[in-house]
Design a protein around this ligand. Structure first.
Ligand SMILES: *[C@@H]1O[C@H](CO)[C@@H](O)[C@H](O)[C@H]1NC(C)=O
Ligand SMILES: *[C@@H]1O[C@H](CO)[C@@H](O)[C@H](O)[C@H]1NC(C)=O
Ligand SMILES: *[C@@H]1O[C@H](CO)[C@@H](O)[C@H](O)[C@H]1NC(C)=O
Ligand SMILES: *[C@@H]1O[C@H](CO)[C@@H](O)[C@H](O)[C@H]1NC(C)=O
Ligand SMILES: *[C@@H]1O[C@H](CO)[C@@H](O)[C@H](O)[C@H]1NC(C)=O
Ligand SMILES: *[C@@H]1O[C@H](CO)[C@@H](O)[C@H](O)[C@H]1NC(C)=O
Ligand SMILES: *[C@@H]1O[C@H](CO)[C@@H](O)[C@H](O)[C@H]1NC(C)=O
Length: 397
């Protein structure tokens, strides 16, 4: 009994220890006779292909090829090929290497085929960077993955950095990891490498890997401190702002901006303004009697900055608009009402103190000064409705 349990445990232990990248490299000989090339080995991190040769050749040619038949080749004089690290070929779909000796028929072809159950690898892996330093990566469990499959994400921001496991997983209702939140991401020049592998009691889970240019997945934050200053002479508004904050762009010339100005009275009508590269724009079709809402968004141009539009800035309003005149009239009427009320109150108070019949009334002055504009407006609106009803009554008579 215990032996069987022990055996099962040992099998599980072995399976979790199994590293997906240790999946076999299978090699084929070019012809039936034994090839002088043996012991083919790959160092994935350094992208180095090495082998042994029973004969000394002055030259070798190495080719690396992915499933999409994209390939790169290089010639060397010793049994070690270093592929450029910028190759960034994901391995989950498998890779093929060929070692050839020029001017002979000697060659060796090896395939790297990742192991694991078909359909068990994650799908729809995607990452986004937002709020400058935060990154979310999400994925979906493989459609044929066993129910107990758990996934793990490892990533490397650059070749020089250590491989790290996700620190904060996003889990689904079954406690399965379906995403990862990164809290302090800096965007570098190199592509970042992501690998999601998995484990299950029942079967070996295929891994998924991908290289991503982090700057391409950043959602740019909104331009900052947007302001509009309008003048009557000359008639126009100067709109100014600051570039969005990023963790990696110093050059303010890396951005292009889109400016949206809407007339508040015709919200469906949006002004198509030219896109600008500076952080300043002169709005000339300004109509003093109108009120506008303004928002700006940015995208990258020519630099290593995302070329998709980022977030809109919070809309700000400018221009005086009709609202201003209505407000002035409202304010004057409210002022009149207050004056009359105060006058009446003073007369009343004088009359009362003269009579000296009632105890002193608490000071209502605070109440008046505390009246907000809104209250005054409401008061005014109530007054008008009253006068309206009165008018109607007169007509009925
Ligand atoms: C290959 O050449 C090296 C020196 O360049 C020598 O030490 C080695 O023995 C040679 N090997 C064979 C198999 O000829
Ligand atoms: C390569 O093999 C072909 C026949 O398969 C032969 O005709 C040719 O001479 C060989 N070349 C060399 C360099 O061995
Ligand atoms: C991945 O996304 C595609 C398209 O949105 C969808 O059809 C597919 O079902 C998704 N895969 C999984 C495993 O949910
Ligand atoms: C990132 O993930 C968190 C937690 O699941 C979520 O609240 C947030 O909206 C996500 N952000 C983006 C940009 O997807
Ligand atoms: C974020 O990462 C940078 C380097 O990538 C480091 O200097 C900084 O201290 C980190 N900040 C936090 C809050 O971890
Ligand atoms: C997943 O990959 C990481 C890093 O390559 C490795 O340390 C870990 O053991 C693997 N886990 C499984 C379950 O294969
Ligand atoms: C934007 O304005 C705030 C104050 O409102 C100020 O603290 C901040 O430094 C300004 N940002 C820039 C980039 O000038």
């Amino acid at each position: 009994m215990f032996d069987t349990l022990g055996l099962i445990c040992m099998i599980l232990w072995c399976m979790t220890l199994f590293h997906p990248l240790h999946a076999d490299i299978q090699c084929m000989e070019s012809d039936t006779q034994e090839s002088p090339i043996t012991n083919v080995n790959v160092n994935w991190r350094k992208m180095e292909l090495s082998w042994e040769s029973s004969r000394n050749f002055s030259e070798y040619r190495c080719i690396i090829m992915d499933r999409g038949m994209e390939y790169i080749d290089t010639e060397v004089d010793s049994p070690l090929c270093s592929f450029p690290v910028e190759l960034y070929m994901p391995m989950h779909k498998g890779l093929t290497f060929v070692i050839e000796v020029p001017n002979t028929n000697i060659s060796k072809q090896c395939s790297f085929l990742p192991g694991g159950m078909k359909g068990s690898a994650i799908e729809n892996f995607s990452c986004v960077i937002y709020n400058i330093f935060l990154m979310n990566c999400t994925w979906q469990a493989g459609r044929d993955a066993p129910a107990d499959t758990q996934y793990f994400l490892y990533w490397q921001n650059s070749k020089d950095e250590e491989e790290m496991e996700c620190e904060l997983y996003i889990k689904d209702e079954n406690c399965r990891n379906v995403g990862c939140i990164f809290q302090n991401v800096s965007i570098g020049i190199e592509k970042a490498y992501f690998l999601v592998n998995g484990s299950s009691k029942d079967s070996l889970i295929q891994f998924y890997d991908e290289y991503i240019d982090l700057y391409k997945i950043e959602i740019l934050t909104a331009p900052l401190n947007v302001t509009a200053h309008c003048t009557r002479d000359p008639m126009g508004c100067i709109i100014m702002w600051h570039p969005p904050l990023t963790s990696h762009v110093e050059n303010t010339k890396c951005f292009q901006y889109e400016i949206s100005i809407q007339n508040k009275d015709e919200p469906t009508e949006e002004k198509k303004l030219p896109r600008v590269r500076s952080d300043r724009y002169e709005f000339q079709n300004y109509n003093e009697k109108k009120r506008y809402t303004l928002k700006i968004r940015a995208r990258g141009k020519n630099c290593l900055v995302n070329s998709n539009w980022g977030e809109w800035s919070e809309p700000i309003e400018f221009g005086q608009g009709k609202d201003y005149f209505i407000f002035v009239i409202l304010f004057l009427i409210a002022l009149g009402t207050i004056s009359i009320t105060l006058l009446l109150y003073c007369l009343f108070k004088r009359y009362c103190s003269f009579k000296n019949l009632f105890p002193p009334i608490p000071q209502p002055r605070d109440k008046f000064s505390a009246l907000a504009d809104e209250d005054i407006q409401t008061e005014y609106v109530n007054l008008t409705t009253k006068s309206h009803t009165e008018k109607i009554t007169t007509i009925e008579e």
